[in-house]
Design a protein around this ligand. Sequence first.
Ligand code: FE2
Length: 375
Amino acid sequence: MESTLEKLVQATQNDFLPLNGTDYIELWVGNAKQAAHFYKTAFGFQSLAYAGPETGVKDRTSYVLVQNKMRLMLTSPLHSDSEIAVHHKKHGDGVKVLALWVDDAYDAFEQTTKRGGKAYMQPITLTDEQGEVRMSGIHTYGEVVHLFIERKNYAGAFMPGFRKWESTYNPEPVGLLYVDHCVGNVGWNQMNPWVSFYENVMGFKNILSFDDKDISTEYSALMSKVMSNGNGFVKFPINEPAEGKRKSQVEEYLEFYEGEGTQHIAIATHDIVSTVKQLMARGVEFLKVPNTYYDDLLDRVGPIDEPLEPLKELGILVDRDEEGYLLQLFTKPVEDRPTMFYEIIQRKGAKSFGKGNFKALFEAIEREQELRGNI
Ligand code: FE2
């Protein structure tokens, strides 16, 4: 039998777009300085790098935060005529860049654009005294873009154009490790075209599909296909709304984001009970399923290592597949518009996405939609 390592090596050899993982995620926000404070205080991110007028960047400020392997960039415009200001006026705060870590940014651009990817950034080489970063980029759904970042010859804090950000305010990390997956919400009948984009332009594979029978409640439905790159380090589920009795959560997102965009970012932890406890203590709000969810939980998922009581107390969800189980929990949207949110996930063998929790979860989301008058 082939070992997992052999399979991984083989998948990488046949891959025209080898990815080492997510490099960073950039949000375009109304007030990057305050958002950075929020992500440090509430989510335990650490100050890493800064760019703005002081570093020679005239039209924006960018704050880069880090926690273990996850980097988050927060960018705001300095003038009303900037594309960032236009983006923010339309969408509110949201994801602009899902940056991917590659060994060759020039080749990534060549491989994807020759397969039909629409150029966003021609390959460039940025240099400073710490070395060089090469990057390029293509468009994906909505106004989101993928940047390809090559940093093997760079020793600085982040990349040229940024200075190291030293802060006297450094709240403790909460155990967030890396980006597990990022979900895109696309319009009616747009899921399959974007699935084809990830297959043909980026060499991803569709590893899981959910239809409206899997993901529906009495009122609303959605369809989803999970796209993964060859080594499985980068996963992008794509959702589209499905016909239901009332407005679905994807429709609500599309309406309030005024278009397609990134719905949630799932971040991995090794200890979800500890991570969620700290996030809650710092004011992060989570969706809550009814306590009855826990009545027959162990009958549904079988034995788990964690004691049930703290899971119930924190509202953590559990699901099992053929390979193991996972624990997960979803925040409420982190902006005033009901748009982007975060998932905290701990995988114990399971490679799936919590299908068994969809119904309970969507009913929790619908209760929130009802409070907003959007159902
Ligand atoms: Fe997710």
